[in-house]
Design a protein around this ligand. Structure first.
Ligand SMILES: NC(=O)c1ccc[n+]([C@@H]2O[C@H](COP(=O)([O-])OP(=O)(O)OC[C@H]3O[C@@H](n4cnc5c(N)ncnc54)[C@H](O)[C@@H]3O)[C@@H](O)[C@H]2O)c1
Length: 352
């Protein structure tokens, strides 16, 4: 019997095409075909030599297909995921997995009822910048970490289409925010910390129907506080990561891990002469002498995104536990709901 597992993609847009391309790179997975609601996308898929299905039902009825990847706009994830699970398929769903936590609860219940694997494409757990920051913090390179800032900045507003329409799950909290939230919660879960509260503000610079950016301050019961931010009207970008510890600081400028760690080297400099700063003097903000600190290059942690599909394949074959668990995403959905509430009512929202 062949060991090959056949997968299909529903929603053949930008991300659907990405999944088709990536799946073919994984030994042991083959693409059975795709389905899209738009005839033009079906034609495009055909022109690329892919098998296409005339309906979602026809795709789900194909016994050759073991799993389905759902890459449609966010508001139809629930309906398609549930249909696929009920058809006996394992499911990978694009992020954000659902519009809210109630939808996700339903999806999790159906996956349990059907005994199928259901996971979410939180691919940015494999981002090298994230893994590098996580390792620097875990290894104690900057001592006790008391603040982490994670930002993604662009200047093009929200791309036109469903992403700027609330009813389809548009807006930056659901789009990019869900990645930053997942990275934050993953790192803090590993450290045994639970979120306590969030305060969030949103921007509506280019869009009024949904948020085109946000800033959220999240406190945990132990460990650092986090600032997460997405901006789409930021013509000068802030660093991707910035973290402070009691022994040093780290800045990671971009996805390629340019940046530096600055660590205290010598604590003996106790007295400092005031410097002239702006229209006054300061001792507090006087720069350190170069013999008391050292700069270190960032050592990038290598990561391969294909590990996502490899883990999924191993889980389908019963040889591994799935890494991205829907229950973890429930924590993200609750965080998102709290962020919307905080922004709407201008208040800090506490988690029970
Ligand atoms: N993980 C990531 O890094 C990442 C990156 C981009 C997008 N995404 C996610 O992927 C999903 C798709 O985003 P995209 O950028 O590919 O959007 P897109 O607009 O390029 O593609 C969506 C496709 O879904 C099709 N579609 C809509 N409703 C459908 C239905 N009911 N049945 C079948 N097909 C349907 C559309 O015709 C379109 O071709 C979204 O959930 C998005 O958030 C994830």
């Amino acid at each position: 019997m062949s060991n090959t597992v056949f997968g299909a993609v529903i929603g053949y847009g930008g991300m659907g095409n990405y999944h088709v391309c990536k799946m073919t790179e994984v030994r042991g997975i083959k693409v059975a075909g795709v389905y899209d609601i738009a005839p033009a996308k079906i034609e495009l898929a055909k022109s690329r030599g892919l098998k296409t299905y005339e309906s979602r039902e026809a795709l789900l009825a194909d016994p050759k297909i073991t799993f389905v990847t759902v890459a449609t706009p966010n508001d139809v994830h629930k309906e398609i995921v549930i249909a696929a699970l009920r058809a006996g398929k394992h499911v990978i769903c694009e992020k954000p997995v659902a519009m809210d936590s109630a939808e996700l609860e339903e999806m999790i219940a159906v996956s349990k009822e059907c005994g199928r694997i259901f996971t979410v494409h939180q691919n940015r757990r494999w981002d090298e910048d994230f893994r590098t920051m996580r390792k620097i913090c875990e290894d104690g390179k900057i001592g006790h970490v008391f603040r982490i800032e994670s930002r993604v900045h662009g200047s093009r507003g929200i791309p036109a289409g469903w992403r700027e329409e609330k009813e389809h799950g548009g807006g930056m909290i659901l789009d990019w925010g869900v990645h930053l939230i997942d990275q934050m919660l993953t790192m803090m879960r590993e450290a045994g910390a639970k979120p306590v509260s969030v305060y969030c503000t949103v921007t509506n610079i280019t869009n009024t129907d949904c948020d085109d950016g946000f800033t959220a301050l999240v406190k945990f019961d132990c460990g650092p506080e986090w600032l997460i931010e997405v901006g789409t009207s930021t013509f000068v970008q802030m660093p991707r990561w910035y973290a402070l510890g009691d022994n040093g600081s780290v800045v990671i400028d971009d996805w390629w891990c340019n940046g530096k760690i600055t660590r205290i080297y010598n604590w003996t400099e106790r007295t400092v002469a005031p410097i002239s700063a702006g229209a006054g003097l300061t001792m507090t903000m006087a720069p350190r002498k170069s013999n008391t600190i050292r700069d270190y290059k960032i050592r990038k942690v290598k990561s391969d995104w294909l590990e996502y599909y490899k883990n999924f394949l191993a889980a389908v074959k019963g040889k591994a536990e799935i890494i991205v668990k829907p229950a973890e995403l429930q924590q993200s959905m609750k965080m998102i709901e709290a962020m919307f509430e905080s922004a709407a009512e201008n208040k800090t929202v506490y988690f029970k």
